[in-house]
Design a protein around this ligand. Structure first.
Ligand SMILES: Nc1ncnc2c1ncn2[C@@H]1O[C@H](COP(=O)(O)OP(=O)(O)OP(=O)(O)O)[C@@H](O)[C@H]1O
Ligand SMILES: [Mg+2]
Length: 349
């Protein structure tokens, strides 16, 4: 079962360069969250700070009572084992087969026998749809396959918290749709708390329960997906619509390219209020996401503190067609059914 991650007043600089200041948010247990933000706003630095690889100069990151910023290194090292991390660049060892790459955390952090390691690794390889490629070197497979290998490696230690840094970068639109479904299916199977950093607007619109955005050295906002998706905050609205017009300028170079590419695809109502598309649901045959019922309670409890547009959207989510993913409630079925083979259970924590 996923565990909550509480971030309080986090501030990080490199020398004189301030990356962000006073970031506070809570990743609710077992829920899926997305962090958006133009290139260079410190999203990767944020992920690395959560696992204690980078040290913010102020603030705390609480995971099961351990502060990943200020606790003794030994406690941080132990708590880090609860995380599965999928790095932006895959970070695979070039001279090792996919099998050995994925087995690496097990060999490094556990005393499991090789037969047990083989069983776990092959199960994760199957989950991400890489069966048959386990003997290949990272240089011999496509970028999308390397991404999925990185995800498989993030899963071998049965993490309670999964951090994914741009899991979609370099993927084509169809692979990205499958990846979105895979992330939701994973969440249904292992109930891990997940944080995904992405520039992809489709992932942002269909995958998370919660969303946040880093911009100009601040956390602009973090909350239920409906808050960002209905936000009139110029930065948020511009980013989610993929518009040139707005406060985000060309100086964020890579981001302009990304946004231009996504703006090229026709998007309905790019300038009106953004229609909220339904969140993806687990593929048929999988258990419902356990976080759904918890989230419903949590979000309905904060309703009167939310902006009117978000309130309306949330009421609509929970009023019509039942609660997606809650047993007995008919929701709209996820559109992109995964063809990837997924073990029904067994990888649970
Ligand atoms: N170890 C480091 N030492 C010094 N500066 C760093 C270090 N790591 C990151 N930075 C700086 O922090 C800033 C934020 O970098 P980061 O990689 O977190 O951005 P990002 O939001 O992940 O961008 P992208 O979307 O392109 O991945 C950049 O200006 C970067 O140069
Ligand atoms: Mg990054």
């Amino acid at each position: 079962m996923g565990i909550e991650v509480v971030v309080e007043g986090l501030t990080k600089s490199f020398g004189k360069q301030r990356i962000w200041r006073d970031v506070s948010l809570t990743l609710p247990a077992g829920e899926v969250s997305v962090m958006l933000g133009p290139s260079g706003t410190g999203k990767t630095v944020f992920l690395k700070s959560l696992i204690g690889l980078l040290k913010p100069e102020r603030g705390r990151v609480l995971v099961d009572g351990v502060d990943m910023v200020n606790s003794p290194e030994r406690d941080i090292y132990e708590t880090r084992k609860k995380f599965g991390l999928m790095f932006q660049d895959g970070a695979l060892f070039g001279s090792m087969s996919l099998f050995d790459n994925i087995a690496f955390p097990l060999r490094e952090h556990t005393r499991k026998k090789e037969s047990e390691i083989r069983r776990i690794v092959m199960e994760r390889i199957e989950v991400v749809g890489l069966l048959g490629a386990e003997g290949k070197l990272p240089g011999e497979i496509s970028g999308g396959m390397r991404k999925r290998a990185g995800l498989a490696r993030a899963l071998v230690l049965d993490p309670q918290i999964i951090l994914c840094d741009e899991p979609d970068s370099g993927l084509d639109p169809v692979r990205t749709a499958f990846l979105s479904q895979l992330l939701i299916d994973l969440n249904a199977q292992i109930d891990a708390t997940m944080l995904i950093v992405t520039h992809n607007l489709d992932i942002a619109a269909t995958v998370p329960d919660n969303m946040g955005m880093l911009y100009r050295r601040e956390l602009v906002t973090f909350g239920p997906r409906e808050v960002l998706l209905t936000s009139e905050e110029p930065v948020v609205a511009q980013f989610l619509a993929g518009r040139r017009e707005g406060p985000i300028g060309m100086s964020e170079e890579k981001d302009a390219a990304t946004l231009a590419a996504e703006a090229a695809a026709p998007r309905p109502q790019a300038d009106g209020p953004r229609a909220i598309v339904p969140q993806l649901e687990p593929s048929p045959g999988l258990p419902p996401r356990r976080a759904v019922a918890r989230r419903r309670e949590r979000v309905l409890g904060m309703l009167d503190r939310l902006p009117p547009a978000a309130r309306t959207a949330i009421q609509r989510t929970y009023a019509t067609g039942g609660t997606p993913g809650v047993p007995g409630a008919p929701g709209t079925a996820g559109t992109a059914a995964a063809t990837l083979p997924l073990p029904a259970t067994g990888s649970g924590t």
